[in-house]
Design a protein around this ligand. Structure first.
Ligand code: GDP
Ligand code: MG
Length: 370
């Protein structure tokens, strides 16, 4: 058959004719109960009903296992700022992250372990700052946008001898879209051709007015190479963090974001996660995108085995059943059975999405899936 009546379609979808007619109208097709619609049109309607059913079930399980309650003021405690370093290629992002890392007192005390997990924390006079070591120009635009979402402050690196370049502008747009505070690090001030004032002038074209010119954008002159200005930059980060009054509730089930993940031959899936609220413990059941599992081992960014991770703490964990995707959110949950069910559903939905994007769905194979 090439077509189906609206009434028949409603029966098959276990919907009322009125619901089907409404859906058809939303798709620009005006038909009554006895009218026939072609199979392409019917598939579109069927898919919409189908998708809706799937979504509702998922929400129900999510609601059951994921604690989405609001924290009261009394629950909240100050947390460390999460900072991302952005900027044009070769302006010194990696060098600056390295220079900052080396000011880390805790780390030098620990013998300078420099394990790369995509994030790290530095300690300035007893206060912590979390840095996300986002990929540079090779990273996809979307990844960078994701990175910015997990962050409070963006340090925009601009080389004093080169000025504002295309990826500088791109970074400014991402930071503004993510509504994070921007601190400019004018780098390479040791170079003979360095002209910090010119950089600041260029920045005003993008509505970034330096504090010293009456605006609200801190501009710190640094040299990642000579390691000058690094402490000023960290102090500014803490000052901005104070103004933002960054807080979280350490006494609830953990939730956060996956920074990066990979498969290790011996240890299985390994994920770097940033805890955004709550505290993550060894043994917690977590759902991360379409991955699920119990936290088996947890290490800090400096490679130390830890038992628990509070808000703003990046950790590397093992115990997931598959490798999650960077940018996935994660939640610690109490019901392992439901957690596995939720992940099963997400996997099915993901497969279907992939399938639908590849194959033109006909009513027949759609009904097979139902
Ligand atoms: P990225 O692409 O932004 O990560 O930039 P890199 O950190 O890789 O730096 C690019 C180049 O600039 C390297 O050759 C660095 O040694 C150099 N560089 C970075 N910071 C400074 C600085 O403060 N002064 C000088 N003179 N060179 C720097
Ligand atoms: Mg780099």
């Amino acid at each position: 058959p090439e077509s189906i009546t609206v009434g028949e379609l409603a029966l098959r979808l276990k919907a009322t004719a009125a619901e089907v007619i409404k859906k058809l109208m939303a798709n620009g097709v005006f038909a009554s109960i006895n009218d026939e619609v072609d199979f392409d049109t019917a598939s579109v309607v069927a898919m919409e009903f189908h998708a809706k059913v799937e979504k509702e079930v998922e929400v129900t399980i999510e609601e059951q296992i994921i604690d989405d309650s609001e924290d009261t003021d009394a629950d909240l405690e100050t947390r460390a700022p999460v900072v991302v370093v952005m900027g044009h290629v070769d302006h010194g992002k990696t060098s600056l992250l390295d220079a900052i890392r080396h000011t880390n007192v805790t780390e030098s005390e620990a013998g300078g372990i420099t394990q790369h997990i995509g994030a790290y924390q530095v300690n300035l006079d007893g206060r912590m700052v979390t840095f996300l070591d986002t990929p540079g120009h090779e990273a996809f635009t979307t990844m960078r946008a994701r990175g910015a979402m997990a962050t409070d402050i963006a340090v925009l690196v601009v080389a004093a001898d080169d000025g504002v370049m295309p990826q500088t502008v791109e970074a400014i747009h991402h930071a503004k879209a993510a509504k994070v505070n921007i601190i400019v690090a004018i780098n390479k001030i040791d170079k003979p051709g360095a002209n910090p004032e010119h950089v600041m002038e260029e920045l005003t074209k993008y509505e970034l007015v330096p504090e010293e010119w009456g605006g609200d954008v801190p501009c710190i002159r640094v040299s990642a190479k000579q390691k000058t200005g690094i402490k000023d930059l960290l102090e500014m980060i803490l000052l901005v963090a104070d103004m933002k009054e960054l807080k979280a509730n350490p006494n609830r089930a953990a939730k956060g974001v996956v920074i990066e993940a990979r498969l290790d031959k011996g240890r299985g899936p390994i994920a770097t996660m940033l805890v955004q609220n709550g505290t993550l413990h060894i043994g917690d059941i977590i759902v991360a995108g379409t991955s699920v599992g119990r936290v088996r081992a947890m290490a800090s960014a400096s490679g130390k085995e830890i038992e628990a991770a509070a808000p703003s703490v990046p950790v590397e964990i093992t115990g997931l059943d598959s490798v999650p995707t960077g940018g996935d959110t994660f939640n610690a949950v109490s019901d392992e059975r439901l957690a596995r069910q939720l992940v099963e559903q997400r996997r099915t939905a993901q497969k279907e999405e992939l399938f639908n994007s590849r194959t033109k769905v006909t009513l027949d194979n759609l009904f097979e899936q139902m």
